[in-house]
Design a binder for this molecule. Sequence first.
Ligand SMILES: NC(=O)c1ccc[n+]([C@@H]2O[C@H](COP(=O)([O-])OP(=O)(O)OC[C@H]3O[C@@H](n4cnc5c(N)ncnc54)[C@H](OP(=O)(O)O)[C@@H]3O)[C@@H](O)[C@H]2O)c1
Length: 258
Amino acid sequence: MIKNITILGSGNVATHLGKALLKEGYSINQVYSPNKDNAFDLANELNAMPCDDPKFITDESHIYIIAIKDDFIDKIAQQLLLKDKIVVHTSGSIAMDVLSQFDNHGIFYPLQTFSKDTAVNISDVPFCIEANNEATKNHLLALAKTLSNKVYEIDSEQRKKIHVAAVFACNFSNYLCSISEDILKENNMDLDILKPLILETAQKIQTNSPIAVQTGPAKRNDQEVIENHIKLLGNTEAYKDIYQLITDNIIKQHNGKL
Ligand SMILES: NC(=O)c1ccc[n+]([C@@H]2O[C@H](COP(=O)([O-])OP(=O)(O)OC[C@H]3O[C@@H](n4cnc5c(N)ncnc54)[C@H](OP(=O)(O)O)[C@@H]3O)[C@@H](O)[C@H]2O)c1
């Protein structure tokens, strides 16, 4: 049974997972992060030992959760001398086999948007689990189930698809909201006026397909309004391009051409 955990990373995911695991009674042995202050700060919060050099990561834990920048997971994993321990990463897009040098390895991917200082209800976060053997998979499923009510066995191919879908649902919608905020600010107004609309948009698709509840000028193909909007965007070429591209696609989608 997993009791002792080492966390690699001190950012958004490491912080949320670390706190949630500690709350559930797990012991966090070490927190590794290349920036000494960051390692120290999170270790301090988790009653763990800080570490800023992978060669000082000890083999005392049952599981090692790598929650660092995607580009460095492979490189850091190569430096860990933990042959028979469970080693997992938390990425939506990095293949499981970057951890194949460990006898017991897998994926512990929390499918949510995490920002360090924004509270998240971890029991509602879907966890996508994969492992290279049955025993490791069962350990990971059991660990995830102590944190969340939504635990799924998801293979690497499915996880990659989920991740690209999540980028549209989360990162792109968030970026589009940042454009809304910019347009309002430019005109001395605040995003607050759009917040009920943003919430309702997210609420509606809890019980409806997004296509079924689409509204707006593109869905109605109101060409005059669309042209006026493009003019209103003035010299902001990037916003005009995005407006036109998404408008064209909504029109096609509602004419059955997509
Ligand atoms: N944020 C999300 O919403 C989310 C959701 C699900 C999964 N994930 C996955 O979780 C992982 C961590 O994401 P995050 O958002 O928590 O990232 P983050 O907040 O940006 O934190 C990145 C961590 O990577 C470390 N790091 C940076 N460069 C490094 C290097 N060269 N070598 C070793 N470590 C390095 C940072 O260390 P220092 O601070 O010490 O420099 C920091 O601890 C990623 O695999 C990501 O795909 C993220």
